[in-house]
Design a protein around this ligand. Structure first.
Ligand SMILES: C[S@@+](CC[C@H](N)C(=O)[O-])C[C@H]1O[C@@H](n2cnc3c(N)ncnc32)[C@H](O)[C@@H]1O
Length: 277
């Protein structure tokens, strides 16, 4: 199999592809400007990659809208084999599966504490936490006005984040998709300023999905110190290329506390921190 796209989606696909397939190389239109090898595999221009005569090419674009164009390019190069779409990376979501398994464990082990998410946006993942832990209070932290200008300075040299990215949402919109909205407590505003009402709480399951260095670095110690033994923090976007600040914040936290993160091979790369007794 050839993976078409050596970026974030291609790397995630390379880790997720089952052992029935042998990956011969990456194909990428930017080959030449990219490293010669990614994850130990050659990165070749598409025409050269097809010289491997692959049984299948998997389209690995982070932007799902590009799949048609990429397939047309392959057919234009005379490729007649199977074309797989890495949209299946969205169909099967490793982070969601891990969250659901953790929620089942927390319930069966009787681990006490609330659930929380920092970085809610339109509430897709929050709704899944709410469904998995319907009996727990769910604290939802977001500006609901997108990235805050105060967090953009520390992103210099890390990401292209801009103040106001992810502003197209609202508390009402999120509330309307929660299956157990009566369990949700909204903390709208700038984190960590909005954390104060939660200082005396215990948490069992926390999702950190703020993308940026500053809020992730602020959130890790606040939630970790209030995490029940057996509880877990899932940090999103820590092994991807789009928002390296979240990964940096996690590395610094882990090094400082002597804790280890368990990687999760979802599209953006997540990590789980579990607290021991
Ligand atoms: C990638 S989105 C979250 C995606 C969401 N978890 C989902 O399931 O779709 C990142 C969110 O983090 C929020 N955010 C980033 N920094 C923040 C801060 N300092 N305080 C509050 N919210 C913040 C942004 O407003 C944005 O909505």
């Amino acid at each position: 199999m050839v993976l078409f796209g050596a970026g974030q989606a291609g790397r995630a696909a390379a880790r997720l592809i089952g052992s029935d397939w042998e990956i011969c190389c990456f194909a990428d239109n930017a080959a030449g400007r990219l490293p010669e090898r990614v994850l130990g595999l050659e990165v070749l221009p598409p025409a050269e990659a097809l010289e491997h005569a692959p049984d299948a090419v998997c389209l690995c674009a982070a932007d799902a809208g590009r799949a048609g164009e990429m397939a047309a390019q392959l057919r234009g190069l005379g490729y007649t084999g199977q074309i797989l779409d890495c949209a299946s990376l969205r169909l099967f979501d490793a982070r969601l599966a891990v969250m659901r398994l953790l929620a089942e464990q927390l319930k069966s082990l009787g681990i006490p504490g609330d659930a929380a998410e920092l970085g809610v946006y339109r509430g897709c993942f929050a709704a899944q936490i709410n469904a998995a832990l319907p009996e727990r209070t769910l604290h939802l932290f977001d500006t609901f006005r997108g990235f805050d200008a105060r967090d953009i300075g520390p992103e210099a040299g890390l990401s292209r984040a801009a103040a106001g990215d992810f502003a197209d949402t609202s508390v009402e919109a999120v509330r309307s998709i929660l299956p157990h909205a009566e369990r949700a407590v909204f903390h709208a505003g700038y984190f960590p300023e909005t954390f104060e009402p939660c200082e005396g709480l215990r948490f069992a399951l926390v999702s950190l999905d703020a993308d940026l260095y500053a809020p992730t670095a602020a959130a890790l110690p606040l939630f970790w110190e209030r995490l029940s033994p057996g509880g877990a923090i899932i940090v999103h976007d820590v092994y991807g290329t789009q928002y390296p600040g979240a990964g940096r914040a996690l590395d610094e936290f882990c090094r400082g506390r002597g804790v280890f993160a368990v990687p999760v091979g979802d599209l953006h790369g997540s990590a789980v921190l579990r607290k021991n007794r």
